[in-house]
Design a protein around this ligand. Structure first.
Ligand SMILES: [Zn+2]
Length: 255
């Protein structure tokens, strides 16, 4: 069944009809979803969802754009929550030089601190990295990120960089963008890296695939992403679903 490795069902975009969407999961073949926190405030909701629904897991971390006022004390709150049974990763953490706020030094400090946290707690990491490929890779190397492994979520860099991340034991998160006609770079990455290194993701409510581009995204749209990957890899959609599910279970230490 389809494993959605990165979603935000805690988002208020789902506050009115979450139950209706989830009711369609079995028929649509959606088997598991990791909801990813991005702020301190989102952590409780992400945990609550993981307690309420058997197919929901949780990842806890502070997004680079949200770490301006982060403190060591707040990070200890995150650490305590990581011990809940369905928490499978630290994330999303990383560097965002596209929005470029807060300043880079602050982003880098908390990226390092959260990699250390993940290593202490033996959890893989979910990395958000935008327009910051070199610094991301450099900090990962310096921090020995290969100790926990993890995923480069919503991957947007080159094939050469993808090979570097894979060499560190990381997976490449692929979502709606791969269906866009102008996504030449990502299509090239998907075509040339092993299918064993790809995980499916929605990043919902964002990143809806063609033909739903611009709409609110849900895991129910993942078959469009599967189809695009299947075409690029010249595989059956069923094979893409089976292997990427297996990959996500490896990634999150679920096997
Ligand atoms: Zn996300």
């Amino acid at each position: 069944m389809i494993f959605d490795s990165h979603a935000h069902y805690n988002d208020e975009a789902f506050s009115d009809d979450l139950e209706d969407i989830l009711a369609e999961f079995p028929d649509a073949g959606i088997g598991s979803v990791v909801n990813v926190a991005d702020t301190l405030e989102s952590i409780d909701r992400v945990l609550e969802l993981s307690r309420r629904y058997p197919f929901f897991y949780a990842a806890l971390g502070i997004h680079p754009g949200e770490c301006e006022n982060l403190t060591e004390e707040a990070l200890e709150t995150v650490r305590a929550r990581l011990h809940e049974p369905k928490v499978v990763a630290v994330g999303e953490i990383g560097l965002d030089y596209h929005w470029d706020t807060p300043e880079r030094e602050i982003q880098q400090r908390w990226f390092r601190a959260q990699i250390r946290l993940a290593q202490d707690e033996r959890k893989p990491i979910i990395i958000h990295s935008r327009d910051a490929a070199q610094d991301t890779l450099q900090i990962m190397r310096e921090m020995h990120a290969e100790r926990t492994g993890g995923v480069l979520h919503c991957y947007s860099y080159s094939l050469e960089m993808a090979r570097e991340f894979i060499r560190l034991g990381f997976y490449i998160g692929v979502g709606g963008v791969v269906t866009f006609r102008n996504a030449r770079k990502l299509k090239e990455v998907v075509e040339h890296i092993p299918i064993e290194k790809i995980v499916l993701e929605t990043d919902c409510p964002y990143m809806a695939p063609t033909p739903h581009r611009g709409e609110r995204n849900t895991s129910l749209n993942l078959p469009c992403v599967v189809q695009a990957i299947a075409e690029l890899k010249r595989m059956d959609p069923e094979g893409v679903i089976r292997i990427t599910e297996d990959n996500a279970r490896q990634l999150y230490y679920l096997k």
